[in-house]
Write a protein that binds this ligand. Structure first.
Ligand SMILES: Nc1ncnc2c1ncn2[C@@H]1O[C@H](COP(=O)(O)OP(=O)(O)O)[C@@H](O)[C@H]1O
Ligand SMILES: [Mg+2]
Length: 248
């Protein structure tokens, strides 16, 4: 299978700190790959490099076989690689519905013509409803993001990224700060992205129960390097993982 995302010998140092130190990995299409590791392992830096938020010192990033090293996040979104930002995707002054509409309009702007305006608006409305129903947010469409619970707000952020029609999505700690019920909903949404919507997901996640439940592959980072990778059952058994990650 041709990988959707592949990273080759990626490096990013911040002064003395080797945040990402020669990482290579592959993410297959329509799979969920989780990056785990202790604080400071380089997980967020790795996602930032893949999403184009920062540029690597060396190494390459490929998306669907294309070398996209150093591409801007906006250009990557157009190609189908979307990163969920915790808040910055969401406009607090717009309703939930208008947030999703705005995202949909931004995708369709390229194909915009006066003649098709009416149809475009209509199809955006239909698509917005579809997206909000998928993410269980349709009932909250008239609220502003500030009126949502923490969990709903994060789901809205994922929904907005999904509205950008990505083939792959990057998520940084999607369940952070969530209650058990909110975590359950988020887990179901991430599985839905893969199983129903055919989206490839690469995520950083702290909660190992979540990781083991949803992942096709788990990649363990420590001090900027990949120290283990494998299926959840395999990773559970690796002693080195327990040592660095769980402090055993
Ligand atoms: N912009 C930055 N400037 C300086 N150091 C940074 C920067 N971003 C991350 N780091 C450092 O790089 C290392 C990896 O950070 P990070 O990728 O955030 O780890 P993780 O997400 O695994 O907790 C840490 O030591 C962190 O302090
Ligand atoms: Mg992090």
């Amino acid at each position: 299978m041709k990988p959707e995302i592949s990273v080759v010998d990626l490096r990013k140092y911040f002064g003395e700190v080797k945040a990402v130190d020669g990482v290579s990995l592959e993410v297959n299409p329509k799979s969920i790959v989780s990056i785990i590791g202790p604080n400071g392992a380089g997980k967020t830096t790795l996602l930032n490099l893949v999403s184009g938020l920062i540029k690597p010192d060396s190494g390459r990033v490929y998306f669907r076989g294309r070398d996209v090293t150093g591409w801007s996040p906006a250009k990557l979104v157009k190609l189908g690689l979307a990163r969920c930002f915790q808040i910055s995707n969401v406009y607090d002054t717009l309703t939930v519905l208008d947030n999703v509409r705005a995202a949909l309009h931004s995708v369709r702007r390229a194909a915009f013509s006066l003649k098709s305006t009416y149809y475009s608006i209509q199809s955006v409305n239909e698509k917005a409803k579809e997206v909000l129903e998928l993410f269980n947010l349709w009932d909250k469409r008239e609220k502003t993001p500030t009126e949502l619970s923490h969990g709903d707000r994060k789901l809205l952020d994922i929904a907005i990224s999904y509205a950008l029609a990505p083939k792959a999505m990057l998520l940084d700690e999607p369940t952070a700060g969530m209650s058990i019920r909110e975590k359950r909903r988020t887990v179901d949404v991430i599985k839905m992205l893969r199983d129903k919507l055919g989206v490839t997901v690469m995520l950083v996640e702290h909660d190992l129960d979540v990781v083991y439940e949803i992942s096709d592959e788990v990649i363990v980072m420590h001090e900027g390097k990949v120290i283990a990778r494998g299926k959840p059952e395999e990773i559970k058994r690796v002693q080195a993982v327990r040592e660095v990650y769980l402090g055993e």
